[in-house]
Ligand binder design. Structure first.
Ligand code: ATP
Ligand code: MG
Ligand code: MG
Ligand code: MG
Length: 474
């Protein structure tokens, strides 16, 4: 089943269950400084959950464009390394605004996954997790759905940083949140990875496909949870992950939406097409995030959202460089993306020329310094060093336009680390100096002429605060 059919099937299924089908909102949050980019289907309904806004419907379904490359949900570091993470992905979701709650949400999800009205997946391939204390969810899965108790895994919110799973979902540090139940698909014993909640859960055998969140609280700035006016439901299913399941492949990068992009990335960088080359996967992933962000009004810049976009573009360029492509190539992938996804997202076609121009300009800009930066990096690492010193990392950022996570990414590929304390110290010294001088400025030649990104809400965020916050993933 093609991704486009799955998307349509999902929306039709929930429309039939009385849900209003709503279009994806922009990747740039309209009026919300608490998130960097739209990171989930529920974002556009945040005020409805909070009781500040009312809609003509109390059930909705959507296929939402999401970017997770900063802030609370940040998957940038996972791209190229896992089979299931993208910076840009589509989230299928059904929502109840004070209408149905746990029982119906679970029954709908199961019906969609396991019956011919939906995807008709074999039940024995599915596992679920619930929030540790949520006995109500346990009873629904066990008694109503008929799942054996050992297939229902209880997971708390205090397992420690070494565990990826967390069954208390939150949009950001503040805002709507609640316990959740997640559905996993077993891709088979030939793939490495343990059950959710086990120490080796981070493999790609059991892949989380769908999260059903029981929205019950609003977390404030002090971490205090206030009950929402009405218990609600927010669900999210990654389209690329279900497509992988339906297309009998383990990796998202092998689904229909990615094949042509990977081929185009190979052609543009001048290498053999191969679905497993990490750099090709990164480039194919990043062109989606960058093109969709620019289509929605973002432009590369030195702070806030524009800086995140710049980081993603430069990462893609560096991966092209790694494959031996030192010329301009990245903007050439927009045409293929518009072919593959333009039916579902017409903005890719109507804004194609603008997207290409913006990417090309950034390629030209970074192209001026990337060679010198790489030389500096090689020199600094010569002689079998295992740590890159902070001063060099800073010089790479300040003079050669290497965002710190890009430098860290290069080092990580070689099993090296970056002296982050040294980097922060150099940054702080620079900050003090620039405070004295009035305003922080990137080195000459790096300023982006077209940096008139129209984002609000991040204007108070300085370049260095952004860099540090993003690096720390806060
Ligand atoms: P994971 O644990 O795999 O990182 P998550 O728990 O962070 O996923 P949720 O916030 O629950 O994800 O989002 C709902 C759904 O969106 C997930 O069940 C998954 O199918 C999909 N999804 C989340 N992050 C990504 C991503 N980076 N790329 C592709 N799909 C994603
Ligand atoms: Mg995640
Ligand atoms: Mg998860
Ligand atoms: Mg989840």
């Amino acid at each position: 089943m093609k991704s486009a059919e799955i998307r349509q099937k999902f929306l039709d299924f929930f429309a039939q269950k009385g849900h209003q089908v709503v279009s994806s909102s922009s990747l740039i949050p309209a009026n919300d400084p608490t998130i960097l980019f739209t990171n989930a289907g529920m974002n556009q309904f945040k005020d409805v959950f909070l009781g500040f806004d009312k809609r003509a419907y109390n059930r909705a379904a959507s296929s939402q464009k999401c970017v997770r490359a900063g802030g609370k949900h940040n998957d940038l570091e996972n791209v190229g390394y896992t089979a299931r993470h993208h910076t840009f992905f589509e989230m299928l979701g059904n929502f109840s605004f004070g209408d149905y709650f746990k029982r119906d949400a679970i029954v709908y999800a199961w019906e969609f996954l396991t019956t011919p009205a939906g995807l008709n997946l074999p039940k024995e391939k599915l596992w679920v997790t619930i929030y540790a204390e949520d006995d109500e969810a346990f009873d629904i899965w066990h008694e109503v759905i008929g799942l054996a108790p050992e297939r229902i895994i209880r997971i708390g919110d205090n397992k420690g940083a070494e565990y990826a799973s967390d069954n208390f979902w939150a949009m950001g540090d503040t805002g709507p949140c609640g316990p959740c139940t997640e559905i996993f698909y077993d891709h088979g014993a030939h793939i490495a990875g343990g059950l959710p909640g086990s120490p080796d859960e981070d493999g790609d055998r059991y892949i989380e496909i769908w999260n059903n969140v029981f929205m019950q609280f609003n977390r404030d700035e002090n971490g205090v949870m206030h009950p929402l006016p009405k218990p609600s439901v927010d669900t999210g299913m990654g389209l690329e992950r279900v497509s992988a399941v339906m297309q009998h492949v383990n990796s998202n990068y092998e689904i229909d939406l990615f094949v042509e992009l990977l081929k185009a990335a190979a052609k543009a960088t001048g290498v053999e097409y191969n679905q497993t080359t990490p750099s090709l996967k990164v480039i194919a992933d990043h062109i989606r995030a960058c093109a969709f962000l620019i289509a929605d009004g973002a432009l590369p810049s030195n702070d806030g959202r524009g800086y995140v976009l710049r980081r993603i573009i430069r990462r893609a360029i560096r991966h092209g460089y790694k494959l031996g492509q030192k010329g301009l190539f990245f903007h050439k992938l927009v045409a293929t993306l518009a072919d593959v996804m333009g039916d579902a997202y017409p903005e890719l076609r109507s804004r194609q020329a603008h997207i290409e121009d913006a990417l090309k300009l950034e390629e030209e800009l970074f192209g001026k310094t990337v060679n010198h930066g790489m030389e500096l990096l090689e020199q600094a690492l010569a002689g079998g060093k295992t740590v890159l010193d902070g001063a060099t990392a800073f010089k790479l950022a300040d003079t050669y336009g290497f965002p710190i996570d890009l430098t860290a990414d290069i080092c990580r590929e070689r099993g090296l680390s970056v002296d982050m304390e040294g980097f922060e110290a150099a940054l702080e010294a620079q900050r003090q100096q620039s405070k004295a001088a009035g305003q922080f400025k990137m080195a000459a030649g790096l300023a982006y002429e077209g940096s008139a990104s129209h984002f609000h809400g991040y204007s108070e965020t300085s370049y260095e605060a952004t860099v540090l916050a993003l690096y720390k993933g806060s």
